[in-house]
Design a binder for this molecule. Structure first.
Ligand code: 2AM
Length: 174
């Protein structure tokens, strides 16, 4: 299976992103493939193919990452042009960077390979993005503020449902 470690979103920021996706979709419906609300997450490390046994070991190791709390304030929208991804950025990146470093060093300690691309705290809103660049997309996201909440790191498997749509199955959370 294809696995990755990610943060699940608390309800309020998830609802804000869902509203933002719906708002953008009304204007740019054909410009990309929009994320489903239930799939929204913040990837900490993408591990790729792994056996169920390895996934279990990784889940056990990740459970040792100290618990912390973060503020899910958004900075606005961004685009990774090469990957054609429209994303929402997090404002308080230090906390997320530190957490990604802990998750990644935990994987390093167990000799587990993962995608080494530098971490950038973002949540994918649409893939195959053909729409405007972010400067042209004004967004209310940066105006919202949410309470600080405990993070929930999860190990997910990326799968396809019966109709071929991507869905993410939680393998573990702590
Ligand atoms: P994203 O973080 O930009 O959304 C499952 O595929 C998740 O892992 C997605 O959220 C995806 O992109 C992220 N991811 C990071 N590196 C990846 C890679 N090399 N291949 C596939 N997905 C990757």
């Amino acid at each position: 299976m294809r696995i990755f470690a990610a943060l699940a979103l608390p309800n309020e920021p998830r609802a804000a992103l869902e509203a933002e996706i719906n708002r953008l979709r009304r204007k740019y419906s054909d410009c990309g493939r929009w994320s489903q609300s239930k799939n929204l997450h913040l990837t900490m490390a993408f591990l790729g193919e792994a056996t169920p046994d390895t996934a279990k070991k990784i889940a056990t190791a990740l459970a040792k990452v100290p618990q912390t709390a973060v503020c899910w304030r958004f900075s606005g929208l961004g685009v990774f042009s090469r990957q054609q991804i429209l994303w929402a950025g997090l404002a308080e990146t230090d906390r997320f960077n530190a957490l990604a470093e802990q998750v990644r060093s935990c994987l390093d300690d167990m000799g587990q390979h993962y995608d080494r691309k530098p971490f950038r705290a973002h949540i994918t809103l649409a893939r195959q993005w053909q729409g405007p660049q972010p400067q042209a997309l004004s967004s209310p996201l940066a105006n919202y503020s949410f309470a600080v909440s405990p993070v929930c790191v999860r190990l997910y498997a990326s799968e396809r449902d019966a109709s071929g749509r991507i869905c993410y199955r939680v393998l573990s959370s702590y």
